[in-house]
Design a protein around this ligand. Sequence first.
Ligand code: IPE
Ligand code: IPE
Ligand code: MG
Length: 252
Amino acid sequence: MFRLLRKSRPEKQAWERDKLPRHIAIIMDGNGRWAKQRALPRKAGHAAGAETFRRIATYCKDIGIEYLTVYAFSTENWKRPAEEVGTIMALLEKYLHEAIEKMERDKVKMKFFGDVSVLSPKLRKLIEETEVLSQKFEGVQVNICVNYGGRDEILRAVERYTKDLSDSALPKPKRLTEEVFSEYMYSAHVPDPDLIIRPSGEMRISNFLLWQSAYSELYFTDVLWPDFDEAELNRAIMSFQARDRRYGGVGK
Ligand code: IPE
Ligand code: IPE
Ligand code: MG
């Protein structure tokens, strides 16, 4: 009932265009509960969640968000039944086929964060193709986190940095600073997220962007990801714009 009421009176876009977050990151959570509420199999929730992702990515592009990073599959999600993992991977495959097909129309630069080396050869090929083909686009970048874990990302960055240090064939890497270390992350060259959104009522980070979220504004909502829409994103942006980001200083 509440949802019906809310849907029939969508909130107006009331945020300020010149204070939009440059980078929004989303933990796309709640697909399973959405399906359960409707007595549907969990896979129906994931399919609905994939639709929401398409919709929100388009909206972010339309309003001028520069970077959108979405958490699609974590390093911990392998604990789920093989059938569910298979469903998620199949949806990703379907999405990538479509993204490649519509690339010249959509003009979205796409990147993948996570260890994709363990994914199926078919999926890896699609991921590579998507990244290579979309490299030329400027304006909006969508980062999809697959087999991504914040801790895993930090460990890999340490490994890569120390490898560069000991490789005599390479110029010695710069002294380790936060900026240098950031370049060893999957998110190299991407500014830290300004706003991290987690739907579904859970108030935790679940191993998402641990390094990059140091000063991100967090926004939680009870809405389940498949129900998340443009009005919800508007609300999150308005909440973001009302925050005083002090970065440890004394503020305005
Ligand atoms: C998010 O939805 C999708 C993934 C983690 C892959 P969930 O499947 O976690 O949905 P809930 O949390 O069980 O509702
Ligand atoms: C986080 O959601 C991962 C993704 C959305 C991909 P989970 O559903 O896996 O997180 P927990 O288990 O509730 O912490
Ligand atoms: Mg979940």
